[in-house]
Design a protein around this ligand. Structure first.
Ligand code: SAM
Length: 270
């Protein structure tokens, strides 16, 4: 648990869990979020819109594009209708490896998934792609000769430019065969004032995983060489805001929290 390992420090996973109404968070996670909410009231909307994007993207991958194995990078807690639950509704044989750096997420995740065959939790830094891709937990569940759903949802902002996030995404994409899909979301400062951006980054700077925000141009580079899926019916293949992606009413779904985040799903071509 966070309380035991770092009682005086917030963790991104616990803060996100608190925003989603979960109980796997500490007093310092809650206090940090509450303080950020006074400046950034739309942060809770943003967390829900992001989780909704993940759920809609996974449902399309599993239901429409026949993907039945997923690597969920920077997964957070496997609660609040997380990847394996969405996959299992459509593909009872679906397999999911959750990867996270936070020991609390790993401990809780292992307990929660103990009876869920076809799932596992890997404690790893996603920046070490080689380790993630070769770990026994990954190799036991993922067949790299078959299409894979790569989930990089709300994780690349924890990879600073000095760690080459674009090269990192490429390493994961290179490891999976054509026909695989990447779902990716990341916060942006494009639609925010500097005051809002600074408050968000200051909150995450208190955690062991500081973050950055990226422009549309920087986000789009994650998708180089991939075929972007139109985010909703009638749309061009393009990056959208998280609330819009897969939404029945993309205009209504694009609330203040949604506009903080870019999202895309893209296919690795043959
Ligand atoms: N992907 C989930 C979603 O979007 O619903 C959860 C996102 S949560 C905001 C970010 C997660 O990334 C946290 O659980 C945090 O511990 C994890 N994380 C941050 N940096 C990481 C790293 N370098 N390696 C692995 N996990 C990391």
């Amino acid at each position: 648990m966070n309380e035991a390992t770092a009682p005086d420090r917030p963790f991104a996973a616990g803060m996100y869990d608190y925003l989603l109404g979960g109980t796997a968070n500490t007093a310092v996670d809650r206090a940090t979020v509450e303080q950020m909410l006074t400046v950034l009231p739309e942060m809770r909307q943003g967390a829900w819109a992001n989780r909704g994007f993940l759920q809609r993207a996974v449902a399309r991958m599993a239901g429409e594009w026949n993907i039945n194995q997923f690597i969920d990078l920077g997964a957070g807690l496997p609660t609040q209708r997380h990847t394996h639950e969405v996959v299992r509704e459509l593909r009872p044989d679906g397999r999911v490896v959750y990867v996270d750096i936070d020991p609390m997420v790993i401990e809780r995740g292992r307990t929660l998934l103990a009876d869920e065959a076809g799932t596992d939790v890997l404690e790893a830094d996603v920046r070490d792609a080689e380790r993630v891709l070769t770990a026994p937990e990954t190799r036991a569940l993922i067949d790299f000769d078959q299409p894979v759903g790569l989930l990089m949802v709300a994780i690349t902002h924890f990879v600073l430019d000095k760690d080459d996030p674009w090269g990192l995404v490429r390493r994961y994409v290179d490891a999976v065969p054509p026909g695989s899909y990447l779902a990716i979301s990341a916060p942006t400062a494009d639609k925010q004032s500097a005051r809002i951006r600074d408050a968000m980054l200051a909150g995450l700077a208190k955690t062991p995983t500081p973050a950055v925000e990226r422009s549309l141009e920087e986000f789009s580079r994650f998708l180089d060489g991939l075929e972007i899926v139109p985010p909703y019916p009638g749309a061009e293949p393009a990056v959208a805001h998280i609330g819009q992606w897969g939404a029945e009413d993309p205009v209504a779904a694009d609330d203040d929290g949604s506009r903080w985040w870019y999202a895309a799903v893209a296919r690795k071509p043959s």
